[in-house]
Ligand binder design. Sequence first.
Ligand SMILES: [Cu+2]
Length: 142
Amino acid sequence: MRSLLTLMSLLGAGLLAATGGAAAQSGDDPPTVVASEYAYAGVEPEQPKGTARFAFRNAGKETHEAILLRINPGHTLKEALDAQLEGKAAKVLGFTYAAPGKRGKTIRAKLTTGRYAFICMIPDRKKRPHHSLGQIARFRVR
Ligand SMILES: [Cu+2]
């Protein structure tokens, strides 16, 4: 698990660096994705196109993450989850995580028309990934 977190952190840092030149959204506070057991709150089901920022806060009692996925056309979120996010079903656009009561770093990603989801892959005590317990927030960009 620790190695996955490290990998995802590095991936997230690389993505942030790659999009770091994008203009900030006029100083507005980004919407906050709030994680708990086992859900997210604060994710609007429809989002505008363009560069988006998502702040992250963990209001739960366990560590949670938010992996932002773009589901590729012709594929499903289930396919992506079944493949542990490897393969063609989805692309990881960003990643953040936070310990209980803490804030994670803000995800920044360029959104184009399509289907997206935040998921948490951290396992519970019985080794079930949190997304299998309902920690998924889907949204759409038209
Ligand atoms: Cu979680």
